[in-house]
Design a protein around this ligand. Structure first.
Ligand code: ADP
Ligand code: ADP
Length: 235
C-alpha cells in the first residue's frame, strides 16, 4: 500500500454558521521514498493538508491512512521544517540539531549513553548540507541559508520516514533559495526519506518533486487536489 493515502478528505473549520470548508474532497497517495510537492495560493488549504497527513487534525469527511492503517492521532516518524522555525540562540548549531532527540528519548541517562552516536549523526547531517565544521557555531553566527540548512538537519536527526517541509526556503533570497534546492535534492537522493513540500513556488516544486499536487481555490472555498505528472529534472 502507499505510505500515505487520502481518500476524499474534507476539512471544515468552525461550527454552524461559522462553518467553513478549508479543504474539500482531496485525494492523494504518497509512496514510500517519494518526493511530493503541494503548490497553491495562500489560504487554499496547504497547511491544513499537512496537518491531516500527519494526523494533527482529524478529517471532517473521508479517510486518511498511513502505512495501511487509518490515522487516529499524530503519526510517528515525522520530521518537520518550517519557514519560521528558529534555532535557539543560546545553543550551538549541533545542540540545536540534536534537540528532537531529547523529545523522542526523554530518558536523560540513555540520552547521555548514546551521545557520541548522536553527535556523529549530527555531524554527518551537517556535512551532507555543506556545514561540516559549523556545529560549534551559534545560530546567529550563520547566514540565513545556513540556518535553514540547519533546520532541515534538525528535522532529520531522529531519522524520520517522512519529512514535512512547509515553505522551508520562503524567507530566503532567490539565489540562496536555488542553492538550497540543490542541497535538498542531494540530501533526499542520499537518504531517501519521503518528503512532502508545501510551497508557493512552482519552479521549486518542479525542481524537487516527483509528483506535484496543485491546489486551486474554488467558489465556496472548496478546493480540489489534482496530480500533475511532470518529467523528473534529475538524472
Ligand atoms: P494555506 O496553508 O494554503 O495558506 P491554510 O490551510 O492555512 O491554507 O488555510 C485554509 C483556510 O482555512 C484559510 O481560509 C484559513 O483562514 C482557514 N483556517 C486555517 N486554519 C484555521 C483554523 N484553525 N480555524 C479556522 N479557519 C482556519
Ligand atoms: P548562504 O548561501 O548559506 O546563505 P551566504 O551566501 O550568506 O550563505 O554566504 C556564502 C558563504 O559564506 C557560505 O556558504 C559560507 O561558506 C560562508 N559564510 C557565511 N556566513 C559565515 C559565517 N558566519 N562564518 C563562516 N563562514 C560563513
Amino acid at each position: 500500500p502507499p505510505l500515505v493515502e487520502l481518500k476524499n478528505v474534507s476539512l471544515a473549520y468552525g461550527e454552524g454558521s461559522e462553518r467553513m470548508l478549508a479543504l474539500g474532497d482531496a485525494t492523494m497517495s504518497i509512496d514510500d521514498g517519494e518526493f511530493v510537492a503541494v503548490v497553491g495560493p495562500s489560504g487554499c488549504g496547504k497547511s491544513t493538508l499537512m496537518k491531516l497527513v500527519t494526523g494533527l487534525l482529524p478529517p471532517t469527511g473521508g479517510e486518511v491512512s498511513v502505512r495501511g492503517q487509518p490515522v487516529t492521532g499524530p503519526i510517528k516518524g515525522v520530521g518537520m521544517a518550517f519557514q519560521n522555525a528558529t534555532l535557539m540562540p543560546w545553543r550551538t548549531t549541533r545542540d540545536n540539531i540534536m534537540l528532537p532527540l531529547e523529545v523522542v528519548e526523554p530518558h536523560k541517562r540513555r540520552l547521555r549513553a548514546n551521545r557520541a552516536e548522536y553527535i556523529a549523526r549530527a555531524e554527518a547531517l551537517l556535512a551532507s548540507v555543506g556545514l561540516g565544521g559549523f556545529g560549534d557555531k551559534f545560530p546567529w553566527q550563520l547566514s540565513g541559508g545556513m540556518q535553514q540548512r540547519s533546520n532541515v538537519c534538525r528535522a532529520l536527526i531522529h531519522e524520520p520516514q517522512i519529512l514535512m517541509l512547509d515553505e522551508p526556503f520562503g524567507a530566503l533570497d532567490a539565489f540562496t533559495r536555488e542553492e538550497l534546492w540543490g542541497i535538498m535534492q542531494a540530501l533526499w537522493l542520499e537518504r531517501r526519506f519521503t518528503a512532502v513540500l508545501v510551497t508557493h513556488d512552482l519552479r521549486e516544486a518542479v525542481y524537487l518533486a516527483d509528483t506535484v499536487y496543485v491546489m486551486s481555490r474554488r467558489p465556496g472555498r472548496i478546493v480540489k487536489v489534482r496530480t500533475v505528472d511532470l518529467p523528473r529534472p534529475r538524472t
